[in-house]
Design a binder for this molecule. Structure first.
Ligand code: HEC
Ligand code: HEC
Ligand code: HEC
Length: 469
């Protein structure tokens, strides 16, 4: 401190000396100029103070901010299981240790209540904290960098005025020193995170497609899950302009594989109509598939609350993304397996397991019951390159949650507790190669690998009941 003070005092003294040597006219001019500068500074200061004190925000702006917070799915990551909304504490496993999301309620001590608009905008779009630290990119700021100033201001208004303050201290990361140092993150950010920029809609054919692109690439941060990543963890493309890796399918997260969202005929959504996409985003189900894994949260917290116009805009934009495997042939239904099952022939590999365990819901023709039990024929999840999700759903089952527009939940039972790795591999292979599907076979080792990473629990029985004879 002292070291700094010396030159300042010295400078002030010599300035005063210089002033004394000037003639009275120059003195007056300088005093006036100084006064002007001072009053400008004062005006700035008072403007800043007015910004920082909670002036009642425009309710429309707050409501718009709430809508945008839903589009960005802030709540899914910033709320611990069973915790208060936006109070943080959700755990994110990383290869070097766990980190926790932070409290983004307007609590002055433990949340972001004292943050200025600039502090907030920098964290959300550039991934930096007011103290200069860089955030872990688990916070999808490389996507949010596309947010317009107007939208960022609306979000700020919502977090300051529309969210209840919750006192909850942030949890420290569980990453051991020296890996816990944050400066390498700033290098990562400089290399891989885009600069904040005005969204350029001139690349897109009409305003709806451009709106969809803005939502999908920006707030929706769909690529955070659906785009493959490099070894250094950045997404291989952040927009369609950066190449056909964009939304070409991500690596498994918690044992669920985020699908390819490009126009691939079989492994993407090439066969889906715009309306199929809207139905799926809005209700987690359509005639092709049902949501599971991370997509359940996206549908529940985010997509089901979007306006129909925004959902349609996103669907239109997704439909403009060409296939990254143009040689893939379109799906065509084939009746061989259904005919065999219906005539009592279950000699094919996995056919008997299918007949005994699956047929009641997914039917012998693999078409299921639309919007209740998903179709297995033509389903990208079933015939996709990576069978992890398929094996996972067979081992652990899953519940398709109800939404505003489709309130009834449906459950796929777990089979892992009673089918062997070989049985699961056989039935997985059966569904991958029949009804016109063209997936590669699954072997018992594939199943064993997934079994190690997922929860495989037997269903709870009423007291006194037993599965044993
Ligand atoms: C995919 C998960 C995820 C989503 C979605 C997400 N965040 Fe975050 N966010 C995080 C994590 C994790 C951190 C903490 C990162 C760290 O500790 O470096 C964080 C940090 C922040 C911070 C910095 C807070 C602080 O105290 O340092 C702010 C502000 C923030 N997020 C706001 C938002 C807003 C607003 C949205 C929605 C538009 C949002 N986040 C969506 C995961 C997410
Ligand atoms: C947290 C990770 C995550 C995020 C973020 C995410 N998804 Fe997904 N998504 C998944 C997973 C996992 C699946 C595969 C399971 C399924 O089909 O539900 C999936 C499936 C889908 C499907 C079905 C594709 C198919 O072939 O079955 C569509 C469509 C989709 N997502 C669209 C989107 C859009 C649009 C966004 C951005 C608004 C988005 N997703 C954001 C994880 C995510
Ligand atoms: C009681 C009815 C029922 C039975 C029996 C059943 N399923 Fe399912 N299955 C469902 C439901 C409901 C879903 C949707 C779950 C979700 O998405 O959360 C589903 C989802 C699936 C999926 C994921 C498809 C997608 O797009 O989401 C596959 C694959 C699947 N089942 C295969 C099978 C196989 C193979 C069997 C037999 C071993 C089987 N199911 C038995 C009801 C059933």
């Amino acid at each position: 401190m002292k070291k700094d003070l010396v030159p300042v005092r010295f400078a002030r003294k010599s300035a005063r000396g210089a002033l004394r040597r000037l003639n009275p006219v120059s003195k007056a001019a300088i005093t006036l100029a100084a006064y002007a500068v001072l009053s400008m500074a004062f005006a700035l200061l008072t403007a800043h103070a007015a910004n920082a004190t909670a002036k009642p925000a425009d309710p429309e702006l707050v409501a718009h901010g709430e809508y945008l917070a839903r589009a960005g799915d802030c709540i899914a990551c910033h709320t611990a299981q069973g915790g208060k909304p936006f109070a943080g504490g959700l755990k994110f496993g990383t290869p070097i240790g766990a980190i926790y999301s932070t409290n983004i309620t307007p609590d002055a001590g433990s949340g972001i209540g004292k943050w200025s608009y600039d502090d907030f905008a920098k964290a959300v779009r550039q991934g930096t904290r007011p103290n200069g630290e860089t955030l872990y990119p688990a916070m999808p700021y490389p996507s949010y960098a596309r947010l317009s100033d107007d939208d960022t201001r609306a979000l700020y208004a919502y977090f300051m005025q529309g969210v209840a303050p919750v006192h909850a201290q942030n949890r420290a990361a569980e990453i051991p020193w020296p890996l816990s140092m944050r400066w390498p993150l700033s290098i990562w950010r400089t290399l891989f995170a885009p600069k904040v920029q005005v969204f350029d809609d001139s690349h897109y054919s009409d305003t709806a497609v451009a709106r969809g692109a803005y939502l999908v690439q920006g707030l929706g941060h769909c690529g955070a899950c659906h785009t493959p990543r490099a070894r250094t963890m950045q997404e291989l493309a952040l927009t369609d302009l950066e190449g056909d890796d964009f939304l070409a399918g991500g690596g498994p997260i918690d044992g669920w594989v985020p699908s390819n969202l490009r126009g691939n005929a079989r492994t993407g959504i090439g066969a889906w109509s715009e309306d199929d996409i809207v139905q799926f985003l809005k209700s987690g189900r359509n005639l092709h598939t049902a949501a599971f894994g991370g997509m359940t949260d996206v549908v529940q917290h985010s997509m089901q609350h979007m306006t129909d116009a925004d959902l349609l805009a996103m669907a239109r934009y997704l439909k403009t993304l060409p296939s990254n495997h143009p040689k893939e042939t379109p799906y065509a239904y084939n009746a061989i397996a259904a005919n065999a099952l219906q005539s009592g022939d279950a000699s094919a590999r996995g056919a008997a397991v299918y007949r005994d365990n699956c047929m009641a819901c997914h039917r012998s023709d693999g078409r299921g019951y639309t919007r209740v039990f998903p179709a297995l024929g033509g389903n990208p999840v079933v015939q996709g390159k990576d069978p992890t999700s398929l094996i996972h759903v067979l081992l652990s089952g899953n519940t398709l949650e109800g939404t505003k527009s489709a309130p009834s939940p449906f459950t796929m039972p777990a089979f892992g507790w009673r089918l062997s790795d070989q049985d699961v591999a056989d039935v997985a292979t059966f569904v991958r190669v029949n009804w016109g599907n063209t997936g590669a076979p699954v072997i018992a080792d594939d199943v064993a690998k997934v079994r190690k990473m997922v929860a495989v629990n037997a269903p709870e029985l009423p007291p006194g009941a037993s599965f044993k004879h």
